[in-house]
Design a protein around this ligand. Structure first.
Ligand SMILES: [Zn+2]
Length: 367
């Protein structure tokens, strides 16, 4: 059985180690030594992702490893975090000037405690591969650069979801990134505006032709950034657009991507003197898991055994799980007892985190 007090202490310790994206070395060193103490073989790929392999016990039926994953980085403001516990002894929060970093320190702590408890008890367990990624926030860059030759697991848990561990994410969208650099023609706005082509006007024309917002139940799109121009009295020569398209349905994503391209082409035809350099690429692909998927059934069983009611859901956001699925690993995100991710109001619920550690331990014990 996981030790709630030890788990809480681990979590607070991890929260106090700053790890904004790109600065994961300190937390990596801490996690590596904790995992090595449990008997795991520690490896790092070229990107710096941590892959730790813990052998199974002799009594285990299956020697195919299972994966336990979380990410080491946090968003900002995430430096000098000062966590405190509410009088109820349940809720951990920051002092309000930073995030708490429960995303994803709770996930890391859950994995450490689940494994520590499993090793202590010595009950039969499968080999485990712990994958702690870097730079998940802002593009899943760690997972996308993960050396998958180090990973033999084909199923797993990703500890990175909001709410209780009973929330199992069975579907997530694909995301395409949309970026465009528009070059018009600069001209003095008072002396010779007729000689100019406004890049901002070109961009505005494009914006009005794009399907934006919630396109349908499983498809969304957004242009989140429009930059351009130089000065009040110059017809703007440059504009830059940065946006995205997401859908849980890969073919819809492709159709709307084609519609985006057509809109850019139409406007390019209207402004022959302007140059539009459009780039659209896939950031990650969608996944969807049917109810009878063996990985989902295993996870659901562990959640039920912990006395909780499994609840499957789909999300509008991507996670490392998208990349794992792309590489044939059915690793499903579950809740880590944290709420209000990426805000200074972020909280972590210690009972829910404890439940997640129990589910984690049960999962590695499954035959
Ligand atoms: Zn996260």
């Amino acid at each position: 059985m996981p030790d709630r007090q030890r788990l809480t202490q681990t979590l607070i310790e991890l929260i106090r180690i700053d790890s904004p994206t790109g600065e994961e070395d300190a937390i990596d060193a801490h996690l590596s030594s904790r995992l090595a103490n449990l008997g795991a073989a520690i490896r790092h790929d070229d990107y710096g992702n941590l892959v730790a392999t813990l052998p199974g016990t002799n009594g285990a039926d299956s020697q195919t490893p299972v994966m336990l994953s979380a990410h080491m980085d946090t968003v900002e403001p995430g430096r000098g975090i000062n966590p405190s516990l509410d009088p109820d002894g349940e809720t951990l929060r920051s002092d309000g000037t930073t995030i708490l970093g429960g995303d994803c320190k709770a996930g890391l702590a859950i994995v450490l405690e689940g494994l520590t408890s499993a090793v202590e008890e010595g009950s039969p367990r499968r080999p485990v591969q712990v994958v702690f990624s870097r730079a998940e926030e802002g593009g899943l860059n760690g997972a996308r650069n993960l050396d998958f030759s180090l990973v033999q697991a084909t199923t797993g848990l990703v500890f990175d979801g909001e709410g209780p561990v009973s929330r199992i994410c069975v579907g997530a969208p694909a995301q395409n990134i949309v970026q465009a650099n528009i070059t018009g023609v600069a001209a003095h706005a008072g002396l010779e505006p007729e000689n100019g082509v406004s890049a901002l006007l070109v961009a505005a024309n494009i914006l009005t032709r794009l399907p934006l917002g919630r396109i349908d139940e499983e498809t969304t799109s957004n242009i989140g950034l429009l930059q351009g121009g130089l000065k009040r009295n110059i017809v703007p020569e440059h504009a830059y657009l940065d946006g995205e398209l997401r859908s849980r349905n890969q073919s819809k994503l492709e159709n709307y991507t084609a519609e985006f391209r057509r809109a850019f082409d139409q406007v390019a035809a209207m402004y022959p003197q302007a140059n539009i350099d459009l780039n659209i690429w896939s950031q990650y692909r969608a996944y969807s898991v049917p109810q009878d998927h063996p990985a989902l059934q295993q996870i659901s069983r562990c959640v039920s055994d912990a006395g909780l009611k499994p609840a499957t859901e789909t999300t509008g956001g991507g996670s490392d799980a998208n990349v794992f699925f792309e590489h044939g690993i059915a690793a499903l995100p579950v809740g880590i007892g944290v709420r209000d991710f990426h805000t200074t109001r972020e909280t972590a619920n210690l009972s829910e985190i404890f439940d997640a550690a129990r589910v984690c331990q049960a999962f590695v014990g499954i035959q």
